[in-house]
Each structure stands twice: as C-alpha cells, then as structure tokens.
Design a protein around this ligand. Sequence first.
Ligand code: P6P
Length: 355
Amino acid sequence: MPGTKLITIERHILEQQARFPHATGEFTSLLYDIALAAKLISRETNRAGLANILGKAGTQNVQGEQQELLDVYANQIIVRMLNHTGRVCIMASEEDPDPIFIPATYKRGNYVVLFDPLDGSSNIDYNVSVGTIFSIHRHVTPDLYDCGLPDLLQPGRRLVAAGYIVYGSSTMMVYSAGNGVAGFTLDPSVGEFLLSHEEIRAPDNPKYYSVNQGYERFWLEAVRQYVKWITGMKEDEPRKALSARYIGSMVSDFHRNLIAGGIFLYPADTRDKARPMGKLRLNYECAPLAYIMEQAGGAASDGIHRILDIVPQSLHQRTPFFCGNKDLVAKMEEYFQHYNPEWVEALQERVQLVT
Ligand code: P6P
C-alpha cells in the first residue's frame, strides 16, 4: 500500500482529542483501554475452539440467557481493564444485573461506560462472527463517589463516544467521538489497530435488509407490509428489491449494512407479552449503534421515536430497533403510522423522551 497513511487507533484518538482543546487525556486513554480489551477478547475468540473455551458457562445472565464461557471472559476483561484506571466512575454490562461500581480502593474518573461484552455469543459455537458494543457518557452526579443509575440512564443524544468491535474474518474496531465514524483493522502480527476506513458513510443506495423472517407471524402489519415493500412485492409501491442478509449477530449485521447500505430490523413481538418491546437492549446495544449510524449519515428509530431521544427508565430496557439508511427508516415510521396507529399510540405512552 505505497503512499497510504499508516495510522494506529491510538494516533487517531489523539488527533480527535486535538479537535477538542478542552479534552483531557483521560478520554483518549479510556478509548485506548477499550481497544486493548478488544485485542485480548479477539485473541481468545479466534482461538476459542482450541483453547477449550467454547460452550456454556452453566450460568445465566440477567436476561435469562445461557452465558457462554467467552461471554464471561469478555465481560471480565472489560471490567478489569476499566475499573482501576481512574477514568471511569461507574459501568454497566449486559452480563450483570446491577451497575458495576468502582472498587473503593480505586480512583474514579469522569466517564460512564455501558457495554455488551460479546453480542451474538449464541453463535460462537458455530464460528459465526460476534462483537463487543460500547457507549461512553460523562457523569451527571456531581460527586464521582456517588455515581449510580442517573449516570447510566442517560439518553443516547448525550453520548460522548460509542463504538463496536466485530470479531470476524478480521477484527475491526469502529468508533465515533462525535466527529464522523472511523474503522480500524487489527494487524495481529503487531497487535495494532490500523486505520482502514477513514470516514465511514452509510451509502445512498442500500443493498441489504436484515430481519429474522422466522418471526413473521408475530409481526405487526406495518412490518409485514414493509418487508413486502423492501422485497419489491408491494404492487401499489413498486421498488427494486433489497437482498436479505441475517446472521443473528447484530454487530455483524449492523457492520455489513453500515458499509454496504441497508436496514436492520428487530421489531416488537405481538405474541410474546414478555417482549412487547422486542429483544434488543436500549442502553448498550441500540443507543451506541444508533449513534454510530447517525454519525455516518443514517438513522435509528423504535418505529416512532429517534432512538437517541429515548430516556432509559431501566438498565436492561428493551426497544424495537430499525436502523440504517435514513429514507428506509423514515418509510418504516410511515408504515407504523399508516398500518398500526394504535401501536404508535401505545408506544408514545410508554416511551420517555428527552424534553
Ligand atoms: P433472534 C444475539 O443474541 C442478539 O442479541 C443480536 O446480536 C441478534 O441480532 C439478535 O439477538 C438475534 O435474535 O431472535 O433473531 O435469534
């Protein structure tokens, strides 16, 4: 690659810091820490089959989902990487029912980190790509030693950074600190994330749609009609069909659609009273990915509201999730208004928005 710049993620983060003269090295170091945790998780994920850490941990997480050994490993790596550095005041993880407080012996910092340590982990035993998703907020509680739920339950529009790592054919870290989206590919021979996607933008011409078609019988009419439209089957609204791609690992589906253009859908399930808001979690899955998609020129909605405007009411709150090209998301919102106005009303009752 003669002539192309070789930029490590560390140098890129420092350059980001330079854009915010008031930024301290604390934020930059926190992103370094997350990149280092990603390298360790990548190493274990890529050798899981050899290191005999495939399979179930024999425990359940707060979602009642069987934890994979790698879930537990990834969660521990991130907590141990961040809890003693003096950059973080509180954390939360998909794998832990309660907030993760900083041990009394360690200094606290200004940042709040929420994460899904290994999203899509049910696919690990089949060698399907999985990922880590993270959100970074600043604290809101004045005294860093009193941080709690108010610091964790902030709307996505207050995020200072968010990103994900996809452990696939190569390991990539994609992040935004509010100044566009950049992607870095891990060169395992030197252990460095090198800039490979300088400015990621959601393409105007989408290629893919991602939804679990197996649940079609439980979809609201709006979703049923939307998928007919997006596959060119709606006679009254003809369009070029998009191709279906669904891995069942959101980071991988999201990443492909971000780069190639498309929409990811995880709708509410009308059957399952336990999941009237769908399966995906707002705080550490949908909000960070919504932030990235908006920074790349796309959009993310629960079918009615902008994801980043939703004020979380609980740590593991779920939300329907429609994320991708702006016009594809807008069309989904239009269909909900047209086909399911009663559901729109119910959701408006239920969801708290930033005032
Ligand atoms: P379903 C993985 O468990 C996950 O949280 C996401 O990564 C993925 O998009 C979704 O669930 C898949 O769920 O119900 O389609 O199997």
